[in-house]
Design a binder for this molecule. Sequence first.
Ligand code: CDP
Length: 207
Amino acid sequence: MIIAVDGPAASGKGTIARALARHYRLPHLDTGLLYRAVAATVLREGLDPTIEADCVAACDFDDALLGDPWLRTDDAGKTASIVSAHPLVRAALLHRQRRFAAQPGGAVLDGRDIGTVIAPDADAKLFVKATPSIRARRRHLELVRSGETVTFDRVLADIRARDERDSGRATAPLAMSPDAAPLDTSFLSIEAAIDRAIAIVEGQRAG
Ligand code: CDP
């Protein structure tokens, strides 16, 4: 079974995808990490994230980089959102993601374009969302806990800018696949969101 989980920054898609992977005993790929790894490689090699050719040259990173804690920082996320808008970067990372999805038994992938581009034939598709201010509150808490000093207003502005960039780009923009089930986590606890996600997957499997 392939499960596609898409949604904007800090919507809860990562937590839900990990929980679904545990529940169904499937391997999980956080595809945002791939774009974050490209971002890290670009910056470390002194390349320019706004130049497509520079970013393509950074797509051949070693899998070991995916464990680097710097990838989880806000700066990595911001740069990832810039490098991910280049069509040739998306093309370079496509096969890696499709290979992961095609494993025997299936997989859970989370990102922005899993249900629309990477795995359009997925058995279950969720689009996880929450209001910008609630997502900013979650992200702010996460960042403060990880030791970053940043204001709530800054985080909210970044979330809005990221939404705009992710939804406005020409290639594989953040968009809900017509056959995906929306899951609004704004007023749900983590447990309730996970229960809802499992119920959606069960429903889609049965249907
Ligand atoms: O949750 P958050 O947006 O902070 O991080 P992420 O999911 O790791 O994604 C970082 C950036 O990578 C996003 O802003 C997107 O621009 C990009 N991305 C993408 O374009 N396609 C994906 N499948 C996953 C991430």
